[in-house]
Design a protein around this ligand. Structure first.
Ligand SMILES: [Zn+2]
Length: 260
């Protein structure tokens, strides 16, 4: 797209963070020739911006304080606010929840086409948790707006959250980015390759093999003349030959496995 590619470390949940994980991410990107533009953005530096956005949403009547437990929230009928929405609760010990009165029901995704969200998209959702941590939905929208993000490419596991994020874009009267949600690469056990599922980390020593496997999974066959190519050559080939249509064509048959 001839734009900039930004690197943001989403460190808004300190209790779940592993020390040094950001350095491992950066090392893996560098080894694979994926060099970002501009300084790395850390979400822990943006708390003031998140609070500012919350203050604006509250002042405009878009939020309420909720004392429900997670279990109570899950038991709440779909698309309906909990009883807290009618109470003027004290913010202390409460989550800040968005009244999702203007829910977004569908998007046009460049890889998946028109996607309709299920009833869950009408649910109110948490912007700031009881423990004071900011929710991903709020942080990601504020940071994308502040960075002027125009294209978002991410895993389809985030797709349901897109409805909530678009609801926030609408409230902030900001243009939403174009989305490309990629089908997930699954392991033999049918689970996505992730830390939580104990998938092995990428081996940075095998960067060229990893890139070729990733490209084939993304629908681009790497020609044999690139068998012994270097990382920059493979990326150059990919930039000139890959298009999102390759995903749209075979995106739903995504059961390839990438060997780490
Ligand atoms: Zn509640």
């Amino acid at each position: 797209m001839n734009g900039k590619w930004l690197l943001r470390i989403e460190d808004i949940d300190p209790p779940r963070e592993q020390a040094g994980a950001d350095e491992l991410i950066k090392d893996a990107l560098i080894a694979h020739g994926l060099l970002w533009d501009e300084d790395v953005i850390y979400q822990h530096n943006s708390h003031e911006r998140y609070e500012q956005a919350l203050t604006w949403l509250r002042a405009n009547g878009h939020c309420y304080f909720c004392q429900c437990t997670r279990k109570q929230r899950l038991a709440n009928p779909k698309g309906q606010s909990c009883a807290c929405a009618q109470l003027a609760l004290n913010p202390q010990g409460c989550a800040t929840v968005l009244r999702n009165t203007d829910a977004v029901h569908e998007i046009d995704d460049l890889a998946l086409g028109r996607v309709s969200f299920d009833e869950q998209c009408k649910d109110d959702f948490i912007l700031r948790r009881k423990d004071g941590l900011y929710a991903y939905q709020l942080a990601v929208v504020i940071d994308d707006i502040d960075s002027g993000v125009t294209e978002v490419v991410r895993g389809a596991d985030i797709l349901p959250a897109t409805a909530y994020q678009l609801a926030l874009y609408n409230l902030f009267k900001q243009p939403a980015p174009v989305y490309v949600h990629l089908p997930l690469v699954m392991g033999d056990n049918g689970q996505k390759l992730s830390k939580q599922n104990h998938a092995p980390a990428l081996n940075n020593e095998h960067a060229t093999d990893n890139l070729c496997a990733a490209l084939e999974t993304l629908g681009l066959r790497v020609p044999s003349y690139l068998n012994n190519a270097l990382v920059p050559d493979i990326l150059d080939f990919a930039v000139h030959n890959w298009s999102v249509a390759l995903i749209a064509d075979n995106g739903h048959a995504f059961d390839n496995r990438i060997d780490a």
